[in-house]
Structures are given as C-alpha cells and as structure tokens.
Design a protein around this ligand. Structure first.
Ligand code: IMP
Length: 430
C-alpha cells in the first residue's frame, strides 16, 4: 500500500499532527493537501512542543520529504516564521526536504484584512474564522484572479501583486475597513520570493514519480470533515476540501491511487469545535471545564492558532458515522482517551431525535443539526490514569468497552488510541 490518508472526523483539532508524526517515520513523503495557516498541528517530542501551521508534521522526522500541495493557500510570512522555528530546532528544511507546489495559492496581508473586515460585517452571524485570510484567498482562486506560488517567478509578479492590492483595497473601502499599503506588501514579497524560489516544484509530478517508485505517501489533512466546504456544517465551514477525496485534487494525484489506500480517521474521544455553528452534543459549565481544561496545559482545549477556548461536548456517533461514509474510512485512531479518566459515566451520542422520529444516519448532511436532539447511550467511566499504558490489554475494562462501542457504531476498527501528549503515549490495538 503506497497511500495513507490522515483525515479529521470532527471539526478539526482531533490531534492529526501527532498521528501524522506517528506514521511519518515509515513514510517517504508527507504531503498536505488543503487549507493554510488556519491549521495548528501540535507534536510533542521529549521536552519540545512543535506547533506547525503549514509545514506537514512529518518534517520532524529525518527521512520524509514534506510537500505543500496545490490545494493549499500559503501565507509566506507564516511559512518563513515556521522555517526559522524548525531551523532553530535543528531540523533540516533544505529544498531537498521541503517542496512547495507551483500551483498553490498565496495569501497576502490584503486577504487577512479582508477576512477580518468581512467577519465584522457579518456581525452576530459571523463564522468565527481564524482571521488568516483563508476564505478571501480561496475566493480569489475560485474567481480566477488569485496569485499562485509560480507567479512569483514571473516578471509580471510585481504588477500582478499591485493589482491584487488595488482590488483588495476597493473591497476594504466598501466595508469601511483600513486599507493595505501596497508598498509594504510589495517589499515584503521581495523577501518572500527570494526565500521561497528554491522550494517551488511541480509536486504533482514528483508525487507521481515517487508513487511509481513504490514510495509510501502520507497525505495530511487539515481541519476536519465537518468543516469541509461541501460536506461540512455549511456555512460554518472553512473554504477548502478537508475530506479524503480532497487529496486527489489537492495534491494532483490520480484517483487510481485510491485503490489500495488506507484512510485513517482521527477522532477525539469527545467532541470539540472552535468558532460558530451547530453542535448537538455540546456541554457547558463544570462538565465543559472538565473536558476543556483550564488552559494551564498545552493540550487543554484552546486553539493552537487563535488561542480561543474550544466548545466541548460528548462524542457524536451520528457525525462519526457520517465521517466514515464521506471519507471511506478504513480505520479510526481515537485521541485524548486519557482526558476521560475520572468521569464516573460517559455519554456517547448514538442517534438523533427530531419530533417523534429517531435516526442514526444523517439525511441532507450536517447543515441543519440544530433541529436534532442527541440520543445518548451511557457507559461506565474509569478512574485510572492511562498515561503509562502501552498495551491494549492493559487498558481498563471500561475504556476498552467505550472504544469497542465507538468501533461498533462507526463500523470500522479502532487501530490505536492516544493516552497522553507525548509521541510514545499511544496504545495499538494489535
Ligand atoms: P477559516 O478556515 O479561518 O475561514 O475559519 C472557518 C471555520 O473553520 C471557523 O469556525 C474556524 O474556527 C474553523 N477552523 C479553521 N481552521 C481550523 C482548525 O485547524 N481547527 C479547528 N477549526 C478550524
């Protein structure tokens, strides 16, 4: 098998970064296919916590080549900051290790300003975006006036960038927002261009060659199934294809590569969401604080990118079954199982009720979730700290019972579960 896809089954923040890190040691290429620096992937290696927004988490391993695919939108400033951070940590980030698709789109400070101004204009109905310019950059892509990475090579780049800033400023002035200074942007991009040029590649061709040589490709998704532009809780979604099929357009890989692909869904042992939108199993007050944590630990439920407190709730099995279907998942990895230690009882949402009807599969997707009331099945909790457990059979009976119930509901096996933030705090179901 030469392709493994790692995809989030929820609203992002499932812990995909550390799962990618886990599989990266046996991969030749780790490639991101969607989104931009709205993502925040954390990996803890010994005393060091790596927070990555753009570069695939696989870069932390010495072997795999890291690819930023054409489906991404890249903010060069964030990229340069991240490259500096990795270099200072002693990680090789030379052009032979990091390849950036010529067809990925660029994010400018104009896009970021527009994102924030549009959110302000939405008022109470805002989406709660990360403010990173993701929506405006994908809008420019779809309306065919975006700036692509390869455009930086073109002699017309300065003129094109100038035109982009003029157009963005027109939109900003309509919204009554402060304008962007074109000269500042042009000067910044001179530097970005110089640093990025050696990394620009036809990554679709390179991936094709790698696959033909029998190399193992790990595709890293950002955000999660429920934030997908087509299949998520629209309009409270991000602007890219976060689901597994996004790999094929977002990396320029032919669909036949899917034939023997492994599609690994990463699912937190409970549910979280940052930003606005429906959340049927959301909990509040003391229970929410227990699931979220106070913010004292880096793994508490506060956004890696924005620092916002995440909304929390019980695991939603209806949405998980939907993620299995939409992504064609072959297996699950359950993260943060350790956080549930100490709960006397756990709730797992096994269906929804609407009026006198009940169902366990979504019809018409997840956009009208506010119409449904969750149906819970109660499970006994466990008191034990799971942090030191490394064998499936050593997990408390109640924890195994909870994981079995998730696998049964999802209809796919649970391959492993994480029991702490450290790289090796993982229990495989062998
Ligand atoms: P945008 O991607 O910044 O446009 O934000 C759109 C929605 O997706 C908002 O609700 C964000 O909070 C959410 N979002 C974007 N990226 C992430 C992520 O990496 N994790 C969790 N939520 C995200």
């Amino acid at each position: 098998m030469s392709l493994q896809i790692i995809v989030g089954t929820q609203w992002g923040d499932e812990g995909k970064g550390r799962i990618v890190d886990w599989f990266a040691s046996t991969s030749d290429v780790v490639a991101r296919y969607n989104g931009g620096d709205n993502a925040g992937h954390s990996v803890t290696v010994g005393p060091k916590l790596f927070k990555l927004h753009l570069v695939p988490s696989g870069i932390i391993h010495p072997k795999p080549v890291a690819v930023l695919g054409n489906g991404m939108v890249i903010n060069p400033k964030s990229l340069l900051d991240e490259l500096d951070m990795l270099k200072n940590a002693g990680i090789d980030i030379g052009p032979q290790r990091l390849r950036i698709s010529h067809a990925a789109h660029l994010i400018t400070s104009g896009h970021q300003s527009l994102d924030k101004a549009q959110e302000t204009a939405r008022g109470k109905g805002n989406i709660g975006t990360t403010g990173r310019g993701i929506g405006p950059a994908y809008t420019d892509k779809a309306t065919r006036r975006g700036l692509r990475v390869a455009d930086m090579i073109s002699p017309d780049f300065v003129e094109n960038l100038g035109n982009h800033i003029d157009e963005t400023n027109e939109q900003l002035s309509t919204l009554g927002a402060p304008l962007v200074n074109p000269l500042t942007v042009l000067n910044e991009f001179r530097l970005y261009r110089e640093v990025m040029l050696p990394y620009i590649a036809d990554t679709s061709l390179e991936l094709y060659n790698a696959m033909n040589m029998g190399q193992r490709i790990l595709a890293e998704g950002a955000q999660g199934t429920l934030l997908d532009i087509d299949h998520g809780t629209y309009p409270f979604v991000t602007s890219s294809s976060t689901v597994a099929t996004g790999v094929f357009t977002g990396l320029g890989i032919g669909i036949t590569a899917a034939q023997d692909a492994e599609v690994t869904g990463v699912c937190k042992a409970f549910q979280t969401r940052v930003g606005s939108g429906p959340f049927p199993t959301e909990v509040f007050d003391d229970l929410a604080l227990r699931l979220r944590g106070t913010g004292a630990n880096p793994w508490d439920e506060y956004g890696t990118t924005t620092g916002r407190a995440r909304r929390v709730g019980w695991l939603d099995g209806v949405l998980l079954r939907y993620a299995v279907r939409i992504n064609g998942l072959t297996e699950l990895v359950i993260t943060k199982l350790d956080i549930l230690s100490g709960f006397e009882k756990l709730n797992l949402c096994v269906g929804y009720r609407q009026g006198d009807k009940t169902f366990s599969d979504l019809h018409f997707g997840p956009s009208n979730l506010e119409d449904y009331t969750p149906i819970y099945e109660e499970f006994p909790g466990w008191a034990e700290d799971l942090g030191a457990i490394r064998k499936w059979e050593d997990l408390p009976k109640a924890a195994k019972g909870y994981l079995d119930a998730i696998a049964k509901l999802a209809g796919v096996p649970v391959r492993m579960a994480s029991v702490g933030p450290e790289r090796e705090q993982m229990v495989e179901n062998k």
